[in-house]
Design a protein around this ligand. Structure first.
Ligand code: HAS
Ligand code: CU
Length: 589
């Protein structure tokens, strides 16, 4: 029997291939199936490494078990963030998008070499950046990259870290080109058809990604790489922060969109029904393209140097950005309810019992959605300028993003893997009951951890620190419950880690399973209200891209101009340029 890694990479020529139906994805598109497997393999290795660091740091900062030196805390925190929030999420989404675009356009990418080129570029970037962080843990090798996954000045990493990041992003750009070429090829054959929904989702998400990564590309290539190589002076922190958050907010939707793709197109099928509305789904993705980027300043409400008015505009845009997620909650739940009623479900809530809760793919996605309702709520709190002052830089914020990226996205991806891995390997899922146990365990672990983090944040516990001083007089005096919160965070973190190990084991055993997968024939059902009912203008990708660019120019040109005018490109002397210091002096003297 082959090892799990060999199995993941070698499928396409398994003993049981003959048992698979000719219409199944793996038989029709063996190369794409292989690309998806490689992307998933990277994603799962990153998940394992990042998850391990997660539990180590949860136990460390809660002072339950300490196996690392506090001096290494930031290296670990950087690895945790980069491996999970960047490598795991983006490699997994690359696999999902490659699958979805090919499946819905019914054709493979034009040139397999080009496809492997982007996989290779993303891999090279991962090895450089990931390697430089991990090497930082070995005292003799000085390639330190302790800058966290929010990498901006004044913290500085080794050039290899930034070069790896740049390569990784270039890899994703090439992937997008691959998917657009696939689409244009399809368009030539189908001039009058509506863009198939999954492909529409892939393309709008990639347009959003191209626009938003401009910020990080300028930050990394123009400022951070030359600075880390010693070729240029230190850039102004505020400028690099602003360029980072220009990308740093939309990246969260880059993680979320593939999860939504699964909720819109696969979850209805799993529940036994059909998507409620194809037009609504298109509206949602167009809204994300338009609104994801002009809100980044909501991460900078506390940054001095950005006028309150610009912050207010970002807040207003953010409130509009709630709309596509609220529409999603409605559409997805309506589709699932439709499925339940097809299965004989009745009553206001009785239909909930007619759903396939034993299926880990279904239950995982539903629990992810349920948690996202809470995560979305804490996002609304974050987004209010005045309330943000209370929670910013406290552990409330990690509480928020463990519900969003750590559950809405990560749990959906795990659930999706239970459904997709058999489709791209041709092998049956090793164990459904274990999978079910695993997704429920994630939900429970996250409930403990993130609820305690939110409450801890309100009590003033800071984020990003190895020594939050729980036991010292200050915190205990303010809220007597801190100790129990501390233990809830540690307990939740351990449950999450156990769940992660079970997930990885289940997937590895699936890859090595000799039993062929079944049920690969059935396709995804059409929507109840189909594309013919959605206005043609929704498919005008060029139009939406242009409007998105205009909105970004409106939201960012003045703030960037005023930052550059006020603080300059580079720090000189203490940091501030005369334009900033002078008015202050005039007031003081
Ligand atoms: Fe956020 C900070 C605002 C969504 C991730 N966010 C972060 C950070 C991360 C992150 C990583 O305005 C920290 C960055 C750092 O390190 O500093 N966030 C929002 C808002 C939303 C939001 C308004 N965030 C996300 C998503 C993320 C994510 C999604 C990752 C994937 N966030 C903020 C703000 C900050 C912030 C400020 C800065 C905080 C600070 O001070 O530093 C919205 O998009 C949320 C909308 C969501 C909803 C929920 C809809 C409900 C649905 C559920 C459907 C149910 C189903 C199942 C399907 C309105 C769709 C039903 C089940 C049954 C059983 C029936
Ligand atoms: Cu944000």
């Amino acid at each position: 029997m082959s090892t799990p890694t060999e199995s993941i990479l070698n499928i396409g020529r398994t003993d049981d291939e003959t048992a698979l139906p000719a219409e199944s994805f793996i038989v029709k598109y063996p190369t794409v199936a292989r690309v998806v497997r490689v992307c998933f393999a990277y994603a799962f290795v990153a998940l394992a490494v990042g998850g391990l660091f997660g539990v180590i740091q949860a136990l460390h900062r809660t002072n339950v078990i300490r196996v690392i030196d506090s001096a290494d805390y930031y290296t670990l925190l950087t690895a945790h963030g980069v491996f999970l929030a960047i490598v795991f999420t983006i490699f997994f989404l690359a696999g999902v998008f490659a699958w979805a675009n090919t499946r819905s356009l019914e054709r493979p990418p034009l040139n397999p070499r080009f496809t492997w080129l982007w996989v290779g570029t993303m891999s090279a970037g991962t090895l450089l950046s990931g390697g430089s962080i991990l090497a930082g843990l070995v005292a003799e090798i000085d390639v330190s990259a302790d800058v966290l996954f929010t990498f901006y000045a004044p913290l500085q990493a080794h050039p290899l870290f930034y070069i790896g990041l740049a390569l990784f992003v270039v890899g994703t750009w090439l992937a997008g080109i691959d998917w657009f070429r696939q689409y244009l090829d399809w368009r030539a054959d189908n001039p009058d058809e509506r863009i198939p929904l999954q492909s529409f989702m892939v393309l709008t998400t990639m347009l959003m990604w191209y626009l938003s990564t401009l910020g990080v590309a300028i930050e990394v290539v123009v400022f951070l790489i030359p600075w880390s190589l010693g070729l240029m002076p230190a850039p102004t922190p505020l400028l690099t922060r602003t360029l980072f958050w220009f990308f740093g907010h939309p990246v969260v939707y880059f993680w979320l969109m593939p999860a939504y793709l699964m909720w819109y197109t696969v979850l209805p099928k799993l529940s036994g029904g059909r998507l409620f509305s194809d037009p609504l789904a298109r509206v949602v993705f167009v809204l994300f393209l338009l609104l994801s980027t002009p809100v980044g300043i909501h991460h900078q409400y506390l940054d001095p140097g950005i006028a309150e008015g610009f912050k207010f505009i970002a807040m207003t845009n953010t409130m509009f950005l709630l709309l596509p997620s609220l529409l999603t909650a409605f559409t997805v739940v309506a589709s699932v309810e439709h499925g339940a009623r097809q299965n004989g479900g009745e009553g206001y809530f009785g239909w909930l019992t007619a759903l396939p809760w034993r299926d880990p793919a279904f239950t995982g996605m539903m629990l992810a959605g349920l948690m996202f309702a809470a995560g979305g709520f804490s996002g609304m709190v974050n987004a209010g300028m005045n309330i943000n002052y209370l929670v910013h830089n406290t552990i409330w914020v990690p509480g928020h993003f463990h519900l969003t990226v750590g559950t809405a996205v990560a749990l959906t991806f795990m659930a999706a893997a239970y459904w997709l891995v058999p489709r791209v390997t041709g092998r049956a899922l090793y164990s459904r009951p274990i999978g079910l146990f695993q997704v429920v365990l994630w939900f429970i672990g996250m409930t403990f951890m993130s609820a305690a983090m939110h409450r801890g944040g309100l009590a003033g516990i800071p984020r990003r620190t190895a020594e939050p001083e729980y036991s010292k007089f200050t915190f205990e005096a303010v809220v007597g419950t801190i100790s129990s919160l501390r233990l809830q965070i540690a307990f939740g973190g351990v449950l999450l880690f156990v769940s992660l190990v079970i997930f990885l084991a289940n997937i590895a055993l699936t890859a090595a399973n000799n039993e062929p997968a079944t049920g690969l024939k059935t396709d995804l059902p059409p929507a109840l209200s189909g594309p013919e009912q959605s206005p043609q203008v929704l498919d005008e990708l060029k139009l939406w891209a242009i409007i998105a660019i205009v909105l970004v120019i409106l939201a960012y040109s003045l703030p960037l101009w005023s930052i550059i005018n006020g603080a300059g490109f580079y720090q000189d002397g203490i940091t501030a340029s005369p334009q900033v210091v002078q008015p202050v002096l005039e007031v003081l003297i």
